[in-house]
Design a protein around this ligand. Structure first.
Ligand SMILES: Nc1ncnc2c1ncn2[C@@H]1O[C@H](COP(=O)(O)OP(=O)(O)OP(=O)(O)O)[C@@H](O)[C@H]1O
Ligand SMILES: [Mg+2]
Length: 274
């Protein structure tokens, strides 16, 4: 009985929504980009956001992670209203949130290890030896320990991305947001980044929210997928639910992506032949 009572909060937490967004609406001038979007991200899942270019995926991500207040609507993290939170609570929520956005480049004058150590140096009072050991552990988690001493300029695109992911998890976040983690990478390197995302989720239990254009990647990593079309949620659910959705606009979107990826398949062959 005691054991059941002790476990109960964990059992309940495992099914809780970590992030909830209700009726998000975003206006830029006259233009409504998001129009009443509801999202609930479950603790421990990989949640993928897809949709045509310019449909508002990055904007939605920015709202969810507390970077940009929507015109209307609310976002709660662990039950706390992000945009109504007092500054210290907002700071705490941000520390529990990892970001891996495009343009979040590594600092070129610091080694890979020091790049990963930086959030720990800036946000904790841990002794130097503990910071270095923690940074090494994060690099090991993404298969980059061997590159600790290198400068970012000597890394490949995929290694740079993995080092940036190690930095995003430096402070042991509950959730990490990725905006197009495979953008600019060849398909094989993109698959390596997907493997890192899956490992961090399955082995370390970190909740992941990933914006991607890449259908095979979405299929490989997602527990659930949300597709945004015309400012609204066109579909949300398990991969099969989304792929088999009857909405003709959604079928059209998926078929376009499949056609784009047929071209990409040729890229994989070209890459293998080199
Ligand atoms: N700060 C801003 N001011 C004005 N318009 C903006 C702003 N941020 C985004 N937009 C517009 O909102 C729309 C959605 O932008 P967003 O970057 O969220 O799209 P996206 O789905 O991420 O696109 P992509 O797939 O190309 O990355 C675009 O038309 C963009 O030009
Ligand atoms: Mg974007």
């Amino acid at each position: 009985m005691e054991l059941v009572t002790a476990l109960e909060p964990f059992v309940r937490r495992a099914t809780d929504d970590l992030v909830r967004a209700v009726a998000l609406t975003t206006q830029f001038g006259e233009r409504t980009v998001l129009d009443g979007v509801d999202v609930a991200i479950r603790r421990g899942e990989v949640f993928v956001i897809m949709g045509p270019s310019g449909c508002g995926k990055t904007t939605l991500l920015r709202h969810l992670c507390g970077l940009q207040q929507p015109t209307l609507g609310s976002v709660t993290v662990g039950g706390h209203d992000v945009y109504g939170a007092p500054p210290d609570l907002l700071h705490h929520i941000r520390l529990r949130t990892g970001l891996s956005f495009q343009g979040g480049a590594l600092l070129g004058n610091l080694t890979v290890l020091e790049n990963v150590a930086l959030p720990l140096r800036e946000n904790t009072d841990l002794p130097d030896a503990v910071i270095v050991e923690t940074a090494r552990m994060k690099l090991d988690m993404v298969g980059m320990l061997h590159a600790s001493a290198l400068l970012p300029s000597s890394l490949s695109g995929g290694m740079r991305k993995r080092a940036a992911i190690a930095r995003a998890i430096a402070l042991d976040p509950d959730i990490v947001y990725f905006d197009e983690p495979s953008a600019g990478l060849d398909p094989i390197t993109a698959a390596e980044v997907d493997n890192v995302i899956t490992k961090l989720n399955k082995v370390f239990g970190i909740t992941m929210v990933v914006v991607t254009h890449d259908l095979p990647s979405a299929r490989g990593i997602a527990d659930r997928i949300l597709v945004l079309l015309d400012g609204k949620v066109a579909a949300m659910g398990a991969c099969e639910t989304v792929w088999n959705h009857p909405d003709p606009r959604l079928r059209d979107f998926i078929e376009r992506r499949l056609r784009a990826e047929e071209g990409r398949g040729m890229d994989v062959l070209a890459h293998l032949e080199v």
